[in-house]
Design a protein around this ligand. Sequence first.
Ligand code: SIN
Length: 275
Amino acid sequence: MDMKALAPRCGVEIAGVALADCNPADMAAIKAAVHEHGVAVFRNQDFAPEDHIAFAKAWGGIDLNNYFPLDPRWPEIALVSKAPEQTTNIGGAWHTDHSYDQIPAMGSILVARVLPPTGGDTLFAHMGAAYDDLSDEVKAAIGGLSAFHTADHVYKADGLYAQTDQGKVLRGQDLRTGAVHPVVIRHPVTGRRLLYVNGGFTINFVGQTREESLPLLTKLLESAVRDDNQCRVQWEPGTVAIWDNRTSWHNALNDYHGHAREMHRITLSGEPLAA
Ligand code: SIN
């Protein structure tokens, strides 16, 4: 296998491996690369839905997403879709998946199935680099903090998506979520310190109101997505990306109106997070 950085501080492209036929040594190296770099990209993969499911099971458990439509033929696979007539996409803002769960998903395996002629890239940002960049003063201020995360404002019946043309497609409007995580976590495998608040689901610091939290939260969110913390995944037929939700955030660009984009996503189970 050959590994090449996608950008100086985030992401890696891995060549010389067929994910559908991956031996244990390659699998171990891929896992390590995903944990360290936040996202790994694989090109020209012959990766049927059955391969996708089998490969995901080799990582551990699968977390079914409660909101996205599931593929009726392969219910482990969530559909991240935008039709030509829709204007809103799924995941079109900086976030990390499932941080609203007390045991958040470890990561996702996303497979490109239908792509627009141009656009539809996904940006990733590295939360270890984001933490390293903070001043000593800010690091001291957030060191003992925890934050509350929920998805209710995004998915409930009068939430953000309900007001868009994705509203009818999504499920789970009646669910209620809530979780508390340290603002700075240690990666469960690499041990690296990571910033663990995100724009999608983090509401407030514990012990502070939303209004009290916003100045510091906004500062953290803005500094985390500095250009030099990011990489960009440009999808092609046969591209597969695997990301770690602790090491990275992502943001699906919505710049292909009038064209379809469909991705197959399997979400991988994680573990509780600790400071
Ligand atoms: C997501 O899982 O948030 C969407 C990613 C993408 O569609 O590129």
